[in-house]
Design a protein around this ligand. Structure first.
Ligand code: COA
Length: 150
């Protein structure tokens, strides 16, 4: 989290918390990454991490954080938001498989179904290509799933 916070300017990331009785019960972060599109590099955002305190889960907090974050991303004219996660959860926010939308995942270690994207109003059809995560994700080996037995 510290590395993500240190990367880029304040308008290139977003951190939202949910509070209850003065305590933080949920958090979501969006950080800038790049889409290596044929025409040029495109600034996109990666939603990661998202977490709700276990004793507060299932009450809509995660949904509220994601929806509010996506609204701000749209207002900032971000064309695409990517994430790694369970499709069963993120489909409700409009995320679908990134591969079927013309995007290539940044690592073979990300399961196809987990690589998801949502296109926002600033998206244009030429924006295809490979997602390149920002440097902290690589430095902390936080991309995809590592299989020590392979
Ligand atoms: C995933 C998480 C952020 C959801 O937050 P939340 O506040 O509990 O979510 P909401 O209350 O908005 O939504 C609850 C719904 O999500 C579903 N859900 C939660 N985790 C899910 C998962 N991994 N896959 C599919 N559905 C999931 C619940 O079954 C529930 O479904 P319902 O609306 O049909 O009842 C929270 O469970 C969490 O912090 N998990 C641990 C960290 C994590 O997995 N983060 C995401 C990594 S990609």
């Amino acid at each position: 989290m510290d590395a993500l916070r240190a990367a880029g300017g304040p308008d290139e990331r977003l951190s939202l918390v949910a509070e209850h009785s003065g305590q933080v019960v949920g958090h979501v972060m969006f950080t800038r990454s790049l889409l290596d599109a044929p025409r040029r590099l495109v600034d996109v955002q990666v939603l990661s991490p998202l977490a709700v305190r276990p004793d507060r889960q299932g009450r809509g907090i995660g949904s509220a954080l994601v929806r509010h974050g996506l609204k701000i991303m749209a207002e900032r004219s971000v064309p695409v938001v990517f994430l790694e996660g369970p499709p069963g959860y993120y489909a409700r926010f409009g995320f679908t498989g990134g591969g079927a939308q013309g995007f290539r995942k940044p690592s073979l270690r990300i399961p196809d179904a987990a690589f998801q994207a949502v296109r926002l109003p600033a998206y244009e059809p030429w924006m295809t290509g490979t997602l390149v995560y920002s440097e902290p994700f690589w430095r902390h080996d936080a991309v995809g799933l590592r299989n020590p037995d392979s």
